[in-house]
Design a protein around this ligand. Structure first.
Ligand SMILES: Nc1ncnc2c1ncn2[C@@H]1O[C@H](COP(=O)(O)OP(=O)(O)OP(=O)(O)O)[C@@H](O)[C@H]1O
Ligand SMILES: [Mg+2]
Length: 431
């Protein structure tokens, strides 16, 4: 984190700082390829800004990366679809949001249109002001060629079809009432090697030639070192298998924590393992923000003690006892005439907020910088931006390990993102 404060900013990065400090209060989107220093500029803004600033991100891990909170925990938004459902804001929250001048959001590509509009409404309601975002200055950072919001179940998709042009933040309704000014960062800093930069840019735009694929595949086919790096896998299932194997390789007694499941989770995966198996020494990732602030969703740690059902995890050299937490699943219904979104709790899941951490999903790795990683795309990548996010975490080609050669189907660009780029190009030409 401190490194981010030491680097000398490029003129384009400095221009972002100047724009944020300037008089134009139009929301700002700072975009550019992976590793162009978006999050670095974000850190710098926080360091120099005199006004009241809050930093948020859509996922726990992305928030960790920039020293912020999740959007949901900061604005106390309901999990899942927000729509026009009632927001619960106590005095303390309203006071906090009243005092806010600038809201900074990182990894905006993972913010859905519904969440974007939820941010707008939460700020308007808390501040009692009708103008967009309740008059708070918004600064968004991210790259739409990286991972998109995760579409929910059938009810959520039906809601989107009805209410929005697409799932993307840029299709939120709030943009009908206020503009979004875009600034571009062009220079890639994460990778120094010109060849690797070129390869990554081709993956981003879905323009990988046969020679490029060959080059990546040759490099990635090298054997794993004795102490293998973190694995980035596309599916939860692959992550679970890898972690299970790593656990089996660890000596010592295994203990199991069983989840309590109450109600119907609708065939969707549980928020944590139903049967959580652990050993002393196991690598783990924390799954929820701790109510006492001892860790956040995404914190990495090691199991230090497992004794009579009590789990102790060491995080950054400090040992903590971990208690089970409850997750809720909601069901949405939309009333046909009023279009009002209603929700009810249909299921609960109680488990320790911990999972094994030798492998993580690519989704969780977005925003990270890694020296080495083993990339496991399964049979075929299935989301736009997935392969690009995985590869672009690495600082050098020398750190790339592939579980299998890349195939053309691994590189997917979202048609809504292409449309957005086209629309912006047209708008810029008309200026
Ligand atoms: N001006 C700079 N000079 C030197 N290094 C820089 C500069 N800006 C950023 N970096 C470095 O480049 C790397 C990537 O930066 P950062 O994580 O901010 O990129 P990003 O655009 O947020 O990437 P992503 O899209 O993957 O989130 C970091 O290691 C950072 O320290
Ligand atoms: Mg970033």
């Amino acid at each position: 984190m401190s490194a981010a404060l030491e680097v000398a900013l490029t003129p384009a990065q400095q221009a972002v700082l100047d724009a944020v400090g300037g008089d134009d209060v139009t929301p700002l989107l700072v975009t550019g390829r992976a590793g162009t220093g978006k999050s670095t500029v974000l850190h710098r803004i926080v360091a120099v800004e005199q006004r009241k600033v809050a930093v948020v991100a859509p996922t726990g891990v992305a928030a960790l990366n920039v020293g912020g909170q999740t959007i949901h925990s900061f604005l106390r938004l309901p999990v899942g679809l927000i729509g026009n459902s009632r927001l619960y804001q106590d005095r303390e929250l309203r006071k906090l949001l009243m005092a806010l001048d600038v809201l900074i959001v990182d990894e905006i590509s993972m913010v859905s249109a519904d969440l974007m509009d939820g941010i707008d409404r939460a700020l308007r309601e808390a501040r009692g002001r009708p103008d967009p975002f309740g008059g708070v200055r918004l600064v968004l950072f991210g790259d739409p060629f990286q991972l998109s919001p995760v579409p929910g179940g059938a009810e959520e998709r039906a809601w989107y079809t009805e209410m929005y042009r697409s799932l993307w933040f840029f299709d939120a309704h709030v943009w009908d009432r206020i503009g979004l000014r875009t600034l571009h960062l062009d220079l890639i800093h994460r990778q120094q090697d010109e060849e690797f930069r070129r390869l990554l840019t081709a993956v981003r735009h879905g323009a990988v030639t046969r020679e490029m694929a060959q080059r990546l595949n040759e490099v990635g086919a090298r054997p794993l070192p004795a102490d293998p790096p973190l694995t980035l896998a596309s599916t939860n299932a692959a992550v679970a298998t890898l972690n299970r194997r790593a656990l089996a390789d660890l000596p010592g007694q295994e203990a199991t924590a069983l989840a309590e499941v109450d109600g119907d989770f609708g065939g969707r995966t549980f928020p944590a393992d139903e049967e959580l198996r652990l050993k002393v020494g196991a690598h783990v990732m924390m799954l929820r923000n701790d109510s006492e602030g001892r860790w956040v969703n995404g914190s990495m740690g090691t199991v230090a003690k497992l004794h009579r059902g009590v789990l102790t995890v060491e995080i950054d050299g400090v040992r903590h006892e971990v208690e089970p937490v409850v997750w809720e699943r909601h069901r949405y219904t939309v009333s046909a005439d009023s279009k009002e979104l209603q929700r009810e709790v249909v299921a609960q899941f109680r488990q320790l907020p911990v999972r094994l951490g030798w492998a993580v999903t690519i989704h969780k790795a977005q925003g990270a910088t890694l020296e080495a990683a083993r990339i496991d795309l399964g049979r075929k990548a299935f989301s736009p931006g997935q392969t690009y996010v995985a590869l672009s975490r690495l600082t050098t080609l020398a750190g790339l390990y592939l579980t299998r050669p890349l195939i053309p189907g691994d590189v997917i660009v979202d048609p809504d993102v292409r449309r957005w780029v086209e629309d912006r190009r047209r708008a810029a030409a008309a200026d």
